[in-house]
Ligand binder design. Structure first.
Ligand SMILES: O=C(O)c1cc(=O)[nH]c(=O)n1[C@@H]1O[C@H](COP(=O)(O)O)[C@@H](O)[C@H]1O
Length: 236
């Protein structure tokens, strides 16, 4: 699917960062038909949330399995083979060459798309240096994007700040999925590389991942609707 073909509504991915399947199902009911795409990450997956992938897919929703895999190549390959049977649209792995290679092998011809997490949006240059890297965030994102493209990865997770440069590197063949989204006035929390929904879309992001600003809102549905409206306006 080319970026222009993604419906504005399908560009918002709500992160179900919630402590239980019951809490997630209550949030899904609250959001109703406002939200078509959900993300299941560590908190919900480790609380028994993986079967929700199939349940949501059966209801016509799309699911991003944010399992951020990283292990020896063979283990990643076998793990991805298992996830490919669950009905998810996207699966994350960390953007290390062996990991990405193993993930692409595990995906095979399945419909699951592999997203490589370039540099987490809670990191800045100082955090990377503290972790032992010599490159800046923008340099490491760029290097990993090039490696991901060569290895046949389907898309990248990056901050909206890198989207403009990455489009030039990978064109429209790879989906660019951006967390670090903060509607004007919402709390930043632990995110360091952030943008508003409208600016992220204008920068060229295909999908926006939003967690706390929606699931911790007093009215999650109204917040999701407002983000959808901002996305639609930015697309013009
Ligand atoms: O892979 C991700 O989705 C991810 C990558 C990244 O670099 N930064 C990031 O925040 N995320 C996820 O995106 C979501 C952002 O949540 P909020 O900060 O609450 O909007 C969380 O579920 C994170 O795990």
């Amino acid at each position: 699917m080319t970026p222009a073909e993604i419906a504005p509504k399908d560009r918002l991915i709500v992160a179900l960062d919630l402590p239980s399947v019951d809490a997630a199902e209550a949030m899904i009911a609250k959001l109703g038909d406002s939200v078509t795409f959900y993300k299941i990450g560590y908190q919900l997956a480790y609380a028994g949330g993986l079967p929700l992938i199939g349940k949501l897919a059966d209801k016509g929703k799309k699911v991003f399995a944010d399992l951020k895999m990283h292990d020896i190549g063979n283990t990643v390959t076998r793990g991805v083979e298992s996830v490919a049977k669950l009905g998810a649209t996207f699966l994350t792995v960390h953007a290390y060459p062996q990991t990405m290679k193993g993930a692409v092998e595990g995906r095979g011809k399945a419909s699951l798309k592999i997203l490589a997490v370039t540099v987490l949006t809670s990191y800045n240059d100082d955090d990377l240096h503290a972790a032992g890297y010599r490159l800046s965030v923008s340099e490491l994102v760029e290097a990993r994007a090039q490696q991901a493209q060569v290895l046949g990865v389907d898309g990248l997770v990056c901050s909206p700040e890198e989207v403009g440069a990455l489009r030039k590197t990978v064109g429209h063949q790879m989906s660019l999925v951006t967390p670090g989204i903060r509607p004007a006035g919402s709390a930043t929390g632990d995110q360091k590389r952030i943008m508003t929904p409208g600016r992220a879309i204008a920068a060229g992001a295909d999908y926006l991942v939003v967690g706390r600003p929606v699931v911790e809102a007093a009215d999650p549905r109204a917040t999701a609707d407002a983000i959808q409206a901002e996305i639609a306006a930015a697309l013009g």
